[in-house]
Design a protein around this ligand. Sequence first.
Ligand code: AHM
Ligand code: MG
Length: 328
Amino acid sequence: MTIGMTLTMFLLEEQRRHPDSSGSFTALFSDLVVAAKLISREVNKAGLIDIIGATGETNIQGEEVQKLDELANATLIKAMEHGGHLAGMASEEMDDVISIDGKYPKGGYLLLFDPLDGSSNIDVNVSVGTIFSILKCAPGHDCTVKDFLQQGVKQVAAGYILYGSSTMFVYTTGHGVHGFTLDPSVGEFLLSHENIKTPERGKIYSINEGNTRHWLSGTQKYVDSLKAREGVSARYVGSLVCDFHRNLLKGGVFLYPGDKKFADGKLRLLYEANPLSFIIEQAGGSASTGDQRILEVQPTKLHQRVPLIIGSKLDVEEACKWWKGEGK
Ligand code: AHM
Ligand code: MG
């Protein structure tokens, strides 16, 4: 019998390569793993207990809050506030930053998350995910919004948990991208995808074609050029984590560009674009607004949206050329 490498073992190995490490980061990650298992358990019960459907509330993004969104959000906060590793948190679902309550010690990291990405897909049993980003902050400090407004290049770690046909935990700390699959029989994430590299060129494009009427000409021309190419196919789940994960493994490009209706597209810089851009770059791909590397965008607002073109390096390069009117 082979004993797989658990996520915790893998993190400890990484920590040992940095002898000056305090272990705080590894401990923070272990809390995150617990949150991931708890959310995965709840997601898998959707349909059996009364956790699907809307709460009747609207979030800061103006979108309907789903019961599972709320549950995932509360689970993350509860699992993460105790450890003493965080100075604060920010959630896509909450208006303001979450400072660590006086009853717990404060640490030197900030955690930003989209608790349940793709939540409009929950009711119909389509995969969803949690996306997270970790930044540094002065220890012991009462954090404010300003502390969270750091460029993506400053992230110390980022990742996602995909609740799909299996539950996967994919992350980077800037030393490659690694994927772990939850083995439900032992309740552990086991290393299944070490050092993921994305193909330089893909055959898949992912964009919501229902928005065609709002597209700017660069987007239209790029998509037309793809359709004229033999072997190219479209795939769009509508859960960013799933579309991203598929393209990461198989190669391809995901686009949620700025258009005539929404100049900055739909996706959020701090909770979605930055963490996935850190991952794709570590896997050899790239991510751009069309004009600028995502990881270099200076955030000005906590819930800022950003146009996103992300995936295989050559595909992103080509999409950006069309965007700038230089495509052929
Ligand atoms: P959410 O975080 O509220 O679930 O919204 C983000 C989701 C992404 O997962 C997905 O890529 C996108 O919205 C789909 O949007 P659209 O339905 O406009 O294509
Ligand atoms: Mg989302």
